[in-house]
Structure formats: C-alpha cells, structure tokens
Design a protein around this ligand. Structure first.
Ligand code: 4AD
Length: 466
C-alpha cells in the first residue's frame, strides 16, 4: 500500500518530500478563489495545508472543493512538505504541506453542534474578548457531554485521557514490581460492601443482586486465598444521590489489598511510594499533555514531598480548631473542612498531598480494624490531593468473631455475607489495603474543577447517555 505519515511526525527533516496524511479538517480558511488554507488535525497534532492553483495539479475546482468542505470532515492529503517563511500560529507542526491531491474520506455535517476551536478556548481568552468586544462562543458542560465525541477532540481533553492512561499504567507497573498480582472480581454481586443504599439493584435470574460498590470483600477474600498482595483496576458502581463536582455513578477503582506483617503503615508506605513515583513520572514524561491542559485550564503543579506527610485525624481536628473551625473529633470531616485542612496543611508543611490516619471508628465501614489502644478510633486513613479525598484505606478485621460483631453493630444482616466472614475461619493473615478513584486522581493532579472532565463518558445521577 501507500506510505502514510502521521501528522505528529511532520517536521523540517521531511522538507521537499511528498507525504500522504489523513486527518480532520479542523479549519478551512479561503483566501481567494485560487487559494485556501486547511488546518488538518490528527489526535493532538495539527498541520497547515495550503492549496494554491497551479498548472500541474491544483485546479480552481479543487480549491472550490476544499473551500466547500465541512469542518471535521476526514480528508486525505497528498502534498510536499515545506518550511514556511514565518512561524505558523495555531498549529502544532511547524511545517506546511503544499497540497497536490485532496480526497474527502467522510464528510461531516455542515453545522456541527460543537465547534472544536470554541470548545478549546480558555477562560482567559473570554476575558480578553470581553475587553475587545469580540464575540466568542462558550460551550457549556451539558452540551459538551451531549456531544462528547466532538468535545474530546480538544487538545486539553486529548491530553487528559492520555494522562489518565499513564496513571493507570503506573499503578499497575509499580505494584507488579512490588510483587502484587492483578486480579478481577465480580461486578454482579449479592449485596452492598460499603454500606448504605447507594447500590444499583438488579435482578440476577430471579435473585436480588446489585452492581459492585467496590471489590472490597472479594479482594480481601483473595488475600484469604493466599495471593499475599493483590490489585485490581475495574469499574465501580455507586447509586449516588448527590449531584456534585466529584461524584460519579460509575468510576474506575484502583484497588489494593495486601498482607500486613507488623503495622498498617506498611499499606501507607505503598501509597507513599506509588504516588510519589506516579507524580514524578507524570511531571517528567507527560509535559506535552500537562501543557495542553494548562493552556485551557491553567493550574499550578502539584506540591508533594519526597516522603508523604502523615497526620493523625486528631492532629487535623486540632489544626482546624486553631483556625476557628470546630469539628466533631468522633465524626467525619465534611467537604469544606477537608478543603480547609488542605489549605492549612499546605501553608504549614508546603505539600498538597498527604495522608490523614486514625479515623474515628464510627465513620468507617464495618470491616475496618479498630485501634488496639482506643476502640473509638480505627487503623484507617484517607489520602488527599489539594484538600480533596482520592483514597480511603485501612487495616481490615481478619478475626471472624470480631468481624461478625462489627457487621452486626453496623446493622448488616450477617447471613448475607456469611461466605465472606467464613473466609476468615480457614486461616487468614492480617491485611489491609486501599481504594483509589482514578478520575479523582487525574482531576485533582491537574486541578480540574469537575470529575466529568476526567471520565470519557461520565455516568452521573442525571446522565446515562451517551
Ligand atoms: O472511599 P471509598 O468508598 O472506599 C472504598 O470503596 C473502600 N472499599 C476502599 C478501601 O480499600 N478501603 O472509595 C474509594 C475511593 C475514594 O477515595 C474516591 O477517590 C473514589 O473511590 N470514589 C469516587 N469517585 C468518583 N465518584 C464516586 N461516587 C466515588 N466514590 C468514591
């Protein structure tokens, strides 16, 4: 077949060579009846293609055809790479293509519901436009999500999902290098694992069932099954009632469960090293992607320490108290208190990534191990980026009698989880683990303001389509 060149690899070394490229006609800029510019895009790369009437190969009909193309139509362009006299504004590639042949592979509709260039504008552009009186179109979140296949074509969105892929990849690679085994647990399950009514109920061939709220009980059973250390990357379902910037009804859970030899801080150590390695990797290897996001949604790089800061829940309560905010030392922190504590920690310790541990037992799920020295508290922790939770974790109860007692105390019908509790009767090591929300990690690392931006096709309480 013919030789194709990726738009992203068009550079000065290809000058004077004939190339064949395919992409979307992002912009069509007629200059006259004899000349038209096409900006052709493939994934995150764009190149300017120039059609000028000449004797050999470009007819006035061809210029007319190019001018009449609809935006986002897929085109094949054959042409000669040239180096422009002046640097090109607004394309990623610094060379042009002098078009010899142009073929439309698939025409897009004439009136797109979203204009990609509008969807890619930053708040700053709007502010500037207000001053100059220029009329720019804002694309609202709902419109974006309704036409997600168009919306995700913007550079910031393309970058977001590339970063998401790297987060997932680093999670796997780090854990594999630490001797963890990747597993898959069922998503069709008989009941809730995290408590509450936030489950999607369904009919499983006549039996009541639901979609898994987390792999919690099964990843623990894998530890009972002798795997030592496990992880899972999988979909997690929560029938959330709250319509917020950080809750989805379906998200990707990054889960870890591992044996503990002496202290549940062994689990925190994994969190610590995993995330420092991940943030380092993103900063070093995803510069282009971070830049693309920064252009549309400016943000400061995440501040994090080489050794992740650990504070007890009560230290957090104390810091809040000193700042004039009273919180219940036996209750949970609400979103505002978490956010405020994030600010205080940043001011005092110069980090935006930290672990808060030893939570009150009353606010943690039934499977959480109480503190040996104070039954009002638990061997558990949450992890925060920029004052928002990305992880919750804990040591789990591996003693079947205590587990039964705690389940009953939390109002759980023990019969419904008898096979889980029985798993701890056959010899089960002390263990702990944590769960990470993938979309939250990407959202908060890049300081995006809405979790819908980091879910390709978000499911929220009001959205099942597309
Ligand atoms: O805090 P959660 O509910 O904890 C668990 O599921 C435990 N089984 C984890 C463990 O191993 N102890 O959820 C874990 C993480 C949260 O920290 C958050 O990042 C994310 O999952 N998360 C959500 N992300 C998006 N939308 C939602 N509705 C989320 N609920 C939790």
């Amino acid at each position: 077949g013919r030789r194709w060149t990726e738009i992203g690899s068009l550079d000065a070394e290809l000058a004077d060579r004939t190339v064949l490229i395919r992409g979307a006609a992002q912009a069509i800029r007629p200059v006259s009846k004899k000349m038209v510019f096409l900006v052709v895009r493939h994934s995150v790369s764009t190149v300017q293609c120039v059609l000028v009437v000449n004797k050999e190969c470009v007819s006035p009909q061809m210029v007319k055809f190019a001018t009449g193309l609809s935006k986002e139509s897929i085109v094949d362009v054959e042409g000669v790479v040239s180096i422009p006299k002046e640097p090109i504004k607004g394309t990623t590639q610094q060379v042009e293509v002098q078009v010899r042949k142009l073929f439309c592979v698939n025409r897009a509709v004439q009136n797109l519901p979203i204009n990609i260039e509008d969807a890619a504008r930053s708040e700053m552009e709007f502010e500037k436009a207000e001053q100059t009186g220029e009329q720019l179109v804002r694309v609202g979140q709902d419109t974006r999500l309704n036409y997600r296949v168009l919306d995700v074509r913007t550079p910031a969105n393309q970058a977001t999902f590339r970063i998401q892929c790297h987060v997932e990849d680093m999670f796997r690679r780090f854990l594999l290098s630490e001797g963890f085994v990747g597993i898959h647990t069922p998503k069709l399950v008989p009941g809730s694992s995290e408590g509450g009514a936030a489950v999607f109920k369904l009919d499983y061939k006549g039996q009541p069932a639901c979609l898994a709220q987390s792999p919690q009980l099964y990843k623990q059973m894998a530890i009972c099954g002798g795997f030592g250390r496990v992880f899972e990357v999988g979909s997690v379902f929560r029938a959330e009632d709250s319509f917020t910037h950080r809750h989805l009804c379906e998200f990707v859970g990054l889960d870890v469960e591992m044996e503990i030899k002496e202290h549940y801080f062994e689990v925190c150590d994994i969190v610590d090293r995993l995330f420092v390695a991940m943030f380092d990797y993103l900063n070093e290897n995803c510069k282009k992607e971070l830049d693309a996001i920064n252009k549309q949604y400016p943000f400061e790089p995440l501040k994090y320490l080489r050794k992740t800061l650990r504070l007890t829940f009560l230290e957090g309560v104390q810091m809040l108290k000193e700042a004039g905010i009273e919180v219940d030392p036996f209750g949970d922190l609400n979103t505002e208190a978490e956010k405020k504590l994030g600010q205080l920690v940043r001011e005092k310790y110069d980090t935006e990534f930290y672990i808060l541990y030893r939570y009150p037992l009353a606010v943690r799920p039934f499977y959480t191990m109480p503190c040996y020295d104070d039954l009002a508290y638990s061997n558990s922790f949450d992890v925060f980026i920029r004052g928002e939770e990305i992880i919750s974790g804990a040591q789990r109860i591996h003693l079947p009698e205590l587990l039964t007692k705690r389940a009953e105390a939390c109002g759980i019908d023990v019969k419904t989880i008898s096979t889980y509790i029985d798993s701890f009767r056959y010899g089960a090591p002390p263990h702990g683990g944590f769960g990470v929300g993938l979309e939250r990690v990407v959202m908060l690392f890049c300081a995006l303001n809405n979790i819908r931006k980091t879910s390709l096709f978000p499911r929220d309480p009001q959205r099942l389509v597309p």
